[in-house]
Design a protein around this ligand. Structure first.
Ligand code: PEP
Ligand code: MN
Length: 296
């Protein structure tokens, strides 16, 4: 029996539940983050992604806003009702990231950072463990074991491409890893076609291929204005492109025996704001999507 991880009220990942996590590569400004967050929420995403601590190849590149970025993510989460997944790079930051986010991301570059894996294993938050760019599936599963062994059973594996020999794509997205992992583990598997291709024009095809391969979810970069992004603009979908992809995914997901999962609270803050109230009212279940606005 495949594992279902409960992420938030109404939002499960794995088993028959399919989740789209979307948002910018990095939190850059409040305005850009809120614009992306509102767009992905309107298009039906289940979680908001965005990096506050960024693992950049060069120390001269934008490193992320750190704790200020976490605060902005928490604000965007409150406004949209979408739980946040964000990266933690340093074991010393695990606590502060866990205070602000629902799911802790361990990035590709840190897949074998064993002290970090142990530290996220001691938290009671689900962990998104990305595949190292040169990691075998055995090494990846052994990394997951570090988290599980500390007592945290909620690990989600994320395929994001491995180094190939052909520069036509940024990495080589290994979609066969999805059914291979499903033979070997009960843990949910999601696919990141954004880092896997490095090219926004290739993301929709690989996202749909990942669903067909049996993925339990997708991690997709969306930016309100990719041309001014400080990080990974080339692979970010614009809000309208993302909404188009989401409407196609919505039709595809039930064909592979999955149901679309979203938090009960999605859309809550917009309604609360409109009512001029600061309270946290939980709106009726929006899971059917009949009443959902799909962005153009
Ligand atoms: C990310 O998802 O923000 C990221 C940095 O990806 P990766 O660790 O897969 O390179
Ligand atoms: Mn990125």
């Amino acid at each position: 029996m495949r594992k279902t991880i409960s992420i938030a009220p109404g939002l499960g990942l794995g088993g028959d539940q399919f989740v789209v996590m979307a948002g910018p590569c990095a939190v850059e400004t409040r305005e850009l983050l809120l614009a992306a967050a509102e767009a992905v929420a309107a298009a039906g995403a289940g979680m908001l992604r965005g990096g506050a601590f960024k693992p950049r190849t060069s120390p001269k590149s934008f490193q992320g806003l750190g704790v200020e970025g976490l605060r902005l993510l928490a604000e965007a989460s409150a406004r949209t009702g979408l739980p946040v997944v964000t990266e933690v790079m340093d074991p010393r930051d695990v606590e502060v990231v866990a205070e602000h986010a629902t799911m802790l991301q361990v990035g590709s570059r840190n897949m074998q950072n064993f002290p970090l894996l142990r530290e996220v294993g001691r938290q009671r938050k689900p962990v998104l463990l990305k595949r190292g760019a040169a990691a075998t599936i055995d090494e990846w599963l052994a990394a997951a074991e570090y988290v599980l062994q500390e007592g945290n059973p909620d690990v989600v594996l994320c395929e994001r491409g491995v180094r190939g020999f052909d520069g036509s794509t940024r990495y080589l997205l290994d979609l066969a890893a999805v059914p291979v992992l499903q033979r070997r583990t009960h843990l949910p598997v999601v696919v990141d076609p954004s880092h896997g291709t490095g090219d926004a024009g290739l993301v929709p095809a690989m996202a749909k291929a990942a669903v067909a391969a049996g993925a339990d979810g997708l991690l997709i970069e969306v930016h309100a204005a990719p041309e001014i992004a400080l990080c990974d603009g080339k692979q970010a979908l614009r809000p309208a492109e993302f909404a188009q992809l989401m409407s196609e995914l919505r039709r595809l997901v039930p064909l592979v025996g999955r149901r679309w999962s979203r938090p009960l609270a999605a859309g809550q803050a917009t309604a609360v704001d409109a009512a001029g109230s600061g309270s946290h009212r939980i709106p009726p279940n929006l899971g059917s999507f009949d009443d959902e606005v799909i962005a153009p």
